[in-house]
Design a protein around this ligand. Structure first.
Ligand code: OSB
Ligand code: MG
Length: 369
């Protein structure tokens, strides 16, 4: 493919309810959306998962926007004709920035697959036509408020509940939800809020029959997670720490993670995510697909990835209505706790351009030289 131009826009969408985690509270999502236009007339779409502030990851929205324009696009333009699968190698000299890399790679891959009339799901090796949905539940203002929220999701049909935890909001809310829903698959996510010295405290979560404890410690503390895994019966699952296949292999080898949350943006894209999936399948590590409060653009691609055979646990692939009153694509609707895997060309969805325009606060088009 040859890139003719890339249209960027910043969109703003309010969340249906505030989402509080150990790193902050979000009330809306500000997202960088990219549309890559090729010389032969195809357009590929993607959204950047980076948040506006570097609180979940060191990457943040405007930094991603900057590095894409300043370094990634010139490198791709000077390459001339290339395949999307070559992008990781072309961008390899630029260190880090997996979310920014995933943004440009995904849009190029979408354009290439649309040209080849192939779906992302089949390109990646999907074996399922629908995927099981979990839902990520923020830290609530009170236990009764949490109970209300979780009860609503269970009634909607979600097949797995993930509770956000932090010191001071862990044993009590988890005990309450487990008491009310003794059978529901349940897991927790701390987003790095604990210390190595909290091992004994976190081991008390063992009594609640949880699927896993997600990212309790600092993203760089692989040894700490390995030590914690020795102290808890509940499996430890890394999220923030998994930024590449190498990081996944190392964390598994050290015993720091026995389940992995594959989050395509954070891991540098769908190609690297597939490699992580393939490796985990080889070594019998279950994986599930994480989320970053994506719109339908990013969700479509996540659902395609979640249809690979190693994704044996329900992901944070919730219905559009869990996040937004109106999605930018045809909404993803849950049926009996499942989302359909898109079968159309590329990511299988297109944004509603009129709606997208109405929520765009900034735009910029970069033309190839
Ligand atoms: O840690 O998994 C996380 C959302 C934003 C940033 C980090 C995380 C999350 C979620 C929600 O848990 C996942 C989703 O439903 O998209
Ligand atoms: Mg997480």
């Amino acid at each position: 493919m040859r890139i003719r131009s890339v249209d960027f826009r910043i969109i703003d969408l309010p969340l249906v309810r505030p989402f509080r985690t150990s790193f902050g509270t979000q009330v809306d999502r500000r997202i960088l959306v990219a549309a890559v236009n090729t010389e032969d007339g195809f357009t590929g779409w993607s959204e950047c998962v980076a948040m506006t502030e570097p609180l979940y990851s060191s990457e943040y929205l405007f930094e991603c926007f900057d590095i894409i324009k300043r370094f990634f696009l010139p490198a791709l333009f000077s390459q001339g004709d290339f395949r999307a699968e070559q992008i990781p190698l072309i961008l390899a000299p630029f260190l880090g920035h997996p979310m920014a890399k995933a943004t440009i790679e995904t849009a190029c891959l979408d354009a290439e697959l649309r040209r080849e009339r192939k779906s992302l799901a089949s390109f990646l090796g999907a074996v399922k036509s629908k995927v099981e949905c979990g839902v990520s539940v923020g830290i609530a203002s009170s236990i009764p408020a949490l109970v209300d929220e979780v009860t609503g999701y269970v009634q909607e049909g979600y097949r797995r509940i993930k509770l956000k935890i932090e010191p001071g909001w862990d044993l009590e809310p988890v005990a309450k939800i487990r008491e009310l829903f003794p059978e529901i698959p349940l897991q927790v996510d701390a987003n790095q809020a604990y210390k190595r010295s909290d091992g004994k405290h976190l081991a008390q979560l063992d009594q609640f029959n949880l699927l896993l404890i997600e990212q309790p410690l600092d993203e760089h503390d692989i040894l700490g997670h390995a030590q914690l895994a020795e102290m808890t019966k509940t499996p430890i699952c890394l999220d923030e720490s998994i930024i590449s296949l190498q990081s996944a292999q190392d964390a598994i080898a050290m015993g720091a993670t026995s389940v992995i949350n594959i989050k395509p943006g954070r891991a540098g894209g769908y190609l690297e995510s597939k490699r992580i999936h393939d490796y985990c399948q080889e070594v019998s590590i279950p994986v599930w697909c994480g989320g970053m409060l994506e719109t339908g653009i990013g969700r479509a691609a996540n659902v395609a990835l979640a249809a690979l055979p190693g994704f044996t646990l329900p992901g944070d692939t919730s219905a559009s209505s869990r996040y937004y009153k109106r999605d930018v694509t045809t909404p993803f609707e849950m049926k009996d706790g499942y989302l359909d895997v898109p079968t159309g060309e590329g990511i299988g969805v297109l944004p509603d351009l009129e709606f997208l325009e109405s929520i765009t606060s900034e735009r910029e088009t970069i033309k190839a030289l």
